[in-house]
Design a protein around this ligand. Structure first.
Ligand code: SF4
Ligand code: SF4
Length: 232
C-alpha cells in the first residue's frame, strides 16, 4: 500500500537498517491490546502471511476467509486483510486490580486475556509494529513510528531480531519483490479498463492467495514460481 506521508512528522526522524538497534522493547505489552482492536481493514496481508497462517493453523485460505480474514480493495487490487469484527470481553490485571473491558471490533485472533492467540504466526504488520517500512530504489529501510504505541518504548532491540522471521535475507528480498510488484500494478490499475482490472485482480487473488500453499515446502520457491507464472 502506497501512502504519501511525511515520515518526519510520525517518526523519531531516523532511518534504520535491519541490523540497527531501535527503541522497541515494551515490557511485553502487559495490560494493553490497543493495536489489536478497531484497526478497520488496515492490516493488509501478503502471501507469506497467508502461508504462515495456513501452516500454523492448519487451515486453508477458504477456511480463514470470513472467519479471520476478509477481502478489501487496495489501490485497485483485491487483497486479504485481518478481520476486526470479534466481540470479546478481556480480563486484565492493571495496577494490581482485576478488571474487564468489552471490545466490539477486536481482531478475531485476540484472546480473552488480551493476548495474540497466534503470536508465532502473526502477520508481518503485527511483527513490524511500531516500525514502518520505507521503500526506495528496489529496496527498503525502516522508520520508528512514535505516536502509535500506548506505552513508552524502553529497551533497544535489533530490528532483525524484532521481526522474528527465519531466513531473514530471503524474507527481505521477498518483501521487496512483493511490494514493487503490487506498487507497479496499482500504478497501472488506474489506466486499465474496468473489466481488465477485475480480471487481473482476480488472477492475483487466485494465484497468490486462493491456491493453497504446500506448507511442507519452502515458501519462497512457491512464491517465485507463482510470480513467474502470473507474468504481469
Ligand atoms: S494477529 Fe495478533 S497481533 Fe495481530 S492484530 Fe490480531 S491479535 Fe493483534
Ligand atoms: S499499543 Fe503498544 S503496548 Fe499496546 S498492545 Fe500495541 S504494541 Fe503493545
Amino acid at each position: 500500500m502506497n501512502r504519501d506521508i511525511d515520515i518526519s512528522e510520525i517518526s523519531d526522524g531516523k532511518i534504520y537498517d535491519s541490523a540497527d538497534m531501535a527503541k522497541l522493547g515494551v515490557d511485553d505489552c502487559s495490560g494493553c491490546h490497543s493495536c489489536c482492536c478497531g484497526m478497520g481493514d488496515s492490516v493488509t496481508l501478503d502471501p507469506y502471511d497467508i502461508y504462515r497462517l495456513e501452516k500454523g493453523l492448519k487451515k486453508s485460505f477458504e477456511e480463514l476467509l470470513y472467519k479471520n480474514i476478509e477481502l478489501r480493495v487496495v489501490d485497485g487490487i483485491i487483497l486479504p486483510c485481518l478481520l476486526m469484527n470479534s466481540e470479546i470481553t478481556i480480563t486484565h490485571n492493571s495496577n494490581k486490580a482485576l478488571g474487564s473491558v468489552t471490545e466490539k471490533e477486536a481482531c478475531t485472533f485476540l484472546d480473552e486475556n488480551g493476548r495474540c492467540s497466534i503470536h508465532q504466526y502473526r502477520p508481518q504488520i503485527c511483527r513490524l509494529f511500531p516500525l514502518g517500512r520505507i521503500y526506495e530504489n528496489g529496496s527498503h529501510k525502516y522508520f520508528l513510528q512514535v505516536n502509535e504505541c500506548q506505552k513508552e518504548r524502553q529497551t533497544k532491540i535489533k530490528i532483525k531480531k524484532w521481526l522474528d522471521t527465519p531466513d531473514f535475507s530471503k524474507y527481505e528480498a521477498y518483501t521487496d519483490k512483493w511490494h514493487f510488484f503490487i506498487k507497479d500494478l496499482s500504478e497501472r490499475a488506474s489506466s486499465m479498463p474496468q473489466e481488465q482490472l477485475k480480471a487481473v485482480s482476480m488472477g492475483i487473488l487466485k494465484v497468490f492467495f486462493m491456491t493453497d500453499y504446500n506448507t511442507d515446502v519452502d515458501f519462497y520457491e512457491q512464491f517465485n514460481d507463482r510470480l513467474a507464472r502470473i507474468g504481469l
